[in-house]
Design a protein around this ligand. Sequence first.
Ligand SMILES: Cc1cc2nc3c(=O)[nH]c(=O)nc-3n(C[C@H](O)[C@H](O)[C@H](O)COP(=O)(O)OP(=O)(O)OC[C@H]3O[C@@H](n4cnc5c(N)ncnc54)[C@H](O)[C@@H]3O)c2cc1C
Length: 472
Amino acid sequence: MRARPIVVGSGLAGLVAALELAARGGCVLVTAGRLTEGAASAWAQGGIAAALAPDDSPAQHAHDTWLAGARAGDREVIARITDLAPGVVARLARDGVPFDRDASGAYDLALEGGHSRHRVAHAGDRSGAVITATLAALVEGHPDIELLEGRRVDDLLLDESGVVRGIRCGATTLESDRVILATGGLGGLFPHTTNPVTATGAGVALAARAGARTDDLHLVQFHPTALDVGSRPAPLLTEALRGAGAVLRSDGERFVDELQPRDVVAAAVWAQLQQGRTVHLDARRVDDAERRFPAVTTLLAGHGLTLHDLLPVRPAAHYSMGGVTVDAQARTGVPGLWAVGEVSRTGLHGANRLASNSLLEAVVTGRSAAASVGAHSATDAWRADVPPADPGLVRPREQAPAIATEQVRAELGRSCGVLREAGALRDTIRQLEPATGQDDAYLAWLLARSALAHPRSVGAHRRTDTTEAVPA
Ligand SMILES: Cc1cc2nc3c(=O)[nH]c(=O)nc-3n(C[C@H](O)[C@H](O)[C@H](O)COP(=O)(O)OP(=O)(O)OC[C@H]3O[C@@H](n4cnc5c(N)ncnc54)[C@H](O)[C@@H]3O)c2cc1C
């Protein structure tokens, strides 16, 4: 009998894929920690974007997405996903997600940066936690989902013709000719990140070793004002503080218009730090700040700080626009392998993600993959609409780790941050080259190679050695 498909990872994308597959004959859900542990999905505060307001439309949502992505997104993909968005929110609500509503029962839609309309459906300021908990409750104990917790997938098993045959977790293997990767992002590989520290892009490394194509790995979104108190991950200081009048100071002096887009502010802060200065967020003149920002107040108290202090900040890796290249059915170039959520590169985000579009992408890709897996018979030819991978980027796994993870992180921080230049990128590639047998070094090497191969200042980062900039 054909083995059930395997879903790897239990963030929003993995939960959705597993639930959809449960309705199509069942699946095995394998995840590194406990269910939803280590999932960035559970940390999302904003919510999920969808054109639900009377003055909004999917076409307007698509336009905003394309503009935020520096006009680099795939317009067909953007149109498809934004069209599906209102139905995604309605379905989550039917599944039991208690989205906030107004007195008339309509969704209470928040306005976020880059959106031209109120468009973000949310459950308080803990949307991700509420959505993942709702779906996790449906997964737990589901008769058609075999849940394997505490299993970190180390490898994909392939047959001699490169077709997926299963997964390996430590000493155990699990066979299946259909695997969906839902392993999340790679921010945890950077020295400063807002992601779970376990989000080191393992899925990208596994897929790339198996011969999958990756794209846009150099496109990393940095949050400009993470609290810099040495903790990993770094807590976020919400942009709303700047909106309410908090200013940025470098060694005491203001240096940037704080209300400019995220990437502009992040580049300005990064430049100050590179000059050896200390950057603080100064919210001391924000009226009634403690009452208006109770979550920030609590967060700061955990670090012995208050809104009356100067708050040390720095940019931190927040979201990965690139990943394993997939088509509209979330198929990768490797027969039998699908990728969903942040580990995938769909083309939705272009060079910069529009806020609250990633939970949306996680749901849409999770569903597309499940439908495609369900329709894929054991004898079907693999017809993914994905260009081939560069064979020069496919590296074998080797046992002996040649480099410490801290060193990998330091290399990424040095050359692949907000401001980049070719010399440092080449140096990083040289340093990491001998260690590509090890997943974290392999992924950082792929990222630095991608950055070197794309010398334009586009989206979230700036090249300091080329003049070719793309207008925001
Ligand atoms: C602080 C913060 C706030 C955010 N706010 C928002 C927001 O408001 N709206 C929005 O749309 N997006 C937001 N995002 C982004 C969004 O949360 C993520 O892009 C999205 O949740 C990714 O979902 P995912 O299912 O792909 O991955 P994740 O939710 O990260 O889940 C990955 C899963 O894979 C597992 N895993 C990883 N590697 C392995 C392995 N080798 N073997 C087995 N299991 C593995 C992990 O344990 C985890 O269960 C935010 C991100 C952060 C960090």
